[in-house]
Design a protein around this ligand. Sequence first.
Ligand code: COA
Length: 373
Amino acid sequence: MTSVVISGTGLYQPPHIITNAELVESFNGYVAKFNAEHAAEIEAGTVQALSPSSVEFIEKASGIKQRYVMEKEGILDINRMYPRLQERSDDQLSLMAEIAVEAAKKALVAANKKAEDIDAVICSASNMQRAYPAMAVEIQSALGAGGFAFDMNVACSAATFALEMAINAVRAGTAKCVLVVNPEITSGHQEWKDRDCHFIFGDVAMATIVERADTATSDNQWEVLGTQLATQFSNNIRNNFGYLNRSEDSDPKARDKTFRQEGRKVFKEVVPMVATHIERQLQGLQIPATDVRRFWLHQANLAMNQLAIKRLVDKEPTQDLAPLILDEFANTSSAGSIIAFHRHNADLKAGDLGVICSFGAGYSVGSVVLKKR
Ligand SMILES: CC(C)(COP(=O)(O)OP(=O)(O)OC[C@H]1O[C@@H](n2cnc3c(N)ncnc32)[C@H](O)[C@@H]1OP(=O)(O)O)[C@@H](O)C(=O)NCCC(=O)NCCS
């Protein structure tokens, strides 16, 4: 079978940071305003008063300290509480394609490849900016890449599911060098007015080059030993925004048209899924979990990752074993595990083993086992 490698990654980092303190100050301003405006109904018991958020809760419950966003003022404006983005004409590069292209250019440099070496582009993310044409085709064109391009969405697992598609395409010979991009403008579907989740997400774009080992010339190559995907339906992470909303005469700004979750249930149900998933894959490859030098896990919650690692290797998780980028980036949906890989693989040496694993809505879990060349 054709040997396949990940030969480069690139990160696009949005221009603005929102710290927890800034976020909580704005959220609590919104809460005070809402409660004052609805004082009579709250008193009469017909409207429930909103509770304030706190920096301490956010850091303790999630491990998140800040997030990057494409636009900050609109999010922090208590009369708006979502980003203020400018609509672009059909002739301009769309925002989602723009950040994907930025990440892709860096990944190409890292992989020592040119855009014309790319013969497939997969844009995989939790949301696409439009229905069609596919974002990936616009990205392919903006870069000057060849071959074919398509979009896919598996929410937080979108990156690993796309990696498997890319790896399979190279193995099957339908592509030689695939660009996978994960542009995540999560601020657009985050519910900034909901105390339970207003702190969760951040914006980013990641890009990864997957190619035949015999064409790779980068000085940092990771051989793919195996991939494994799994899904199991759950409503515990859901967003009902969609193209039938208009026909259903539903309110496009209703609460169910942005991200919502049952965080506790997600935590309890997904951790065992992840640990078992990785364990089975490693067993199939005859690799003891304790032989894995590094786990690059999805970045949703600090305690979730710690628990998954404890179950897998039965020892205290460290930054060296399972690095966190969540404190700086928050949950960047599909991009999180790939940012962790991007930021924390250079120190490993030839022969070292690593696992990228992402998990989230669906439920979905995807893992890729790698060996440094
Ligand atoms: C979201 C998450 C951080 C919440 O942490 P948690 O410990 O489960 O917190 P809970 O929602 O149970 O809330 C605990 C308490 O804090 C309160 N609380 C919730 N949000 C708060 C906030 N922003 N500030 C202060 N208090 C808050 C709750 O009201 C609750 O109070 P109670 O005990 O009096 O009822 C956590 O559940 C999580 O990360 N889950 C997994 C999420 C995930 O992976 N999602 C995937 C998305 S792709």
